[in-house]
Every structure is written in structure tokens, then in C-alpha cells.
Design a protein around this ligand. Structure first.
Ligand code: 5GP
Length: 189
């Protein structure tokens, strides 16, 4: 059986998708990690073209209107994020192992257009741990935290829509398991 070349990693808010994908970017150059376009402003240390393509609202509108987004979504009711179809198609055509780290709404869109892709759900070790991580981040107001927990509950219920679940109990272990699910050889540490 052919290993699907496109893997989608999604999961609830604050489950550590970003940390796992950063680990993969730093340790698995054989994985082609898609760089999304976003309307949010860069955070300190973020590099245009590496972490995201930082675009204006008008540029984003244009990318959507001209059909250049494989999927896109408004995340946390604020900024827009999307996957550029052209870069993903090119990487797949070159035979690369492609990874998209996107939100659940985006994963559902990809499932519609590419049902043969490999869908991996990143799950928290437990609900309590997830609450701890969300609150521990300390960057949101209590009201925002409450809103995010409500969203997280709904997002956790999406697990059965996925082909595989990886539990993020440890970043390195979770990243290695994801890489194995992509049909690549995980490093031994
Ligand atoms: P952050 O702003 O913290 O970098 O990312 C916020 C959220 O946006 C994360 O949950 C991440 O998975 C999601 N995200 C990043 N890129 C994309 C994308 O291209 N499409 C979608 N649908 N979500 C994305």
C-alpha cells in the first residue's frame, strides 16, 4: 500500500501542536512542513517565510478569492490562517512527505478535498493537563480562558474523525510517533 504523502496534524487548542511541529522543523528535515499564510502579526523571533507568510487582510482576501488556499479558517475568532495550495502541491509532486499543522476547521476542509490524506489527532494526556496548560500559559483573560475551554471540549469530540491519535505526553516522543505514522523512520535518541 502506498503511504499517503500528505499528513494533517490537528487537535484542540493548547494541546501543543505548535511545539510538536517546531520540534519536527528542528529535528526532521526530511519532513516538509507547510508554511501557512496568516493575517496575525509576527511574534518576536518569528521569521516571514519560515514560521508563517505574514500577509495583510487584503492579501489574504486575494489568496482566497483566487482559489490559492487549500483550506483556511478564522482561528480564535481573530486572525485568518490558511494553507497555500501551490506550495503543498509542488512539495507532493517532488515526492516529499508533507505535514500540515492546522486547526480542526482546516483539517475538515482538507478531508473533503483530499480524503486519502493521513489525519492525525494530537490529544492531551488528560483533560486536567489540558486545562493546566491553557491556564498556565497566562496570556489570556479568565473570560478568554473559559471560551477556549469550551472550544477545547468541542474539539476533543472530533477525535473519531481522525485516522490516528497521538497523545502529547512528551514532545519528543509524540513527534517521533507522528513521524513514524508518516511512514518515515523516527530517530533513536
Ligand atoms: P498561532 O497564532 O499560535 O501560531 O496559531 C494559532 C492556531 O492556528 C493553531 O491552532 C494552528 O494550528 C492554527 N493554524 C496555523 N496555520 C494554519 C493554517 O494554515 N490553517 C488553519 N486552518 N489553521 C492554522
Amino acid at each position: 500500500m502506498n503511504q499517503p504523502r500528505l499528513t494533517v496534524l490537528a487537535g484542540p487548542t493548547a494541546v501543543g501542536k505548535g511545539t510538536v511541529s517546531t520540534y519536527i522543523r528542528d529535528n526532521y528535515p526530511e519532513v516538509w512542513l507547510s508554511v501557512s499564510a496568516t493575517t496575525r502579526a509576527p511574534r518576536p523571533g518569528e521569521v516571514d517565510g519560515v514560521h508563517y507568510y505574514f500577509v495583510s487582510a487584503e492579501e489574504f482576501d486575494d489568496l482566497v478569492a483566487t482559489g490559492q488556499m487549500l483550506e483556511w479558517a478564522v482561528v480564535h475568532g481573530r486572525n485568518r490562517y490558511g494553507t497555500l495550495r501551490r506550495t503543498v502541491d509542488a512539495a507532493m509532486a517532488e515526492g516529499k512527505s508533507v505535514l500540515l499543522e492546522i486547526d480542526l476547521q482546516g483539517a475538515r476542509q482538507v478531508k473533503k478535498s483530499m480524503p486519502e490524506a493521513n489525519f492525525v489527532f494530537l490529544a492531551p494526556p488528560s483533560w486536567e493537563e489540558m486545562v493546566r496548560r491553557l491556564v498556565g500559559r497566562g496570556t489570556e483573560t479568565p473570560q478568554e480562558q473559559q471560551q477556549r475551554l469550551e472550544t477545547a471540549k468541542l474539539e476533543l469530540a472530533a477525535e473519531p474523525e481522525f485516522d490516528h491519535t497521538v497523545v502529547n505526553d512528551n514532545i519528543q516522543r509524540a513527534a517521533d510517533e507522528l513521524v513514524s505514522l508518516m511512514g518515515l523512520v523516527a530517530h533513536t535518541h
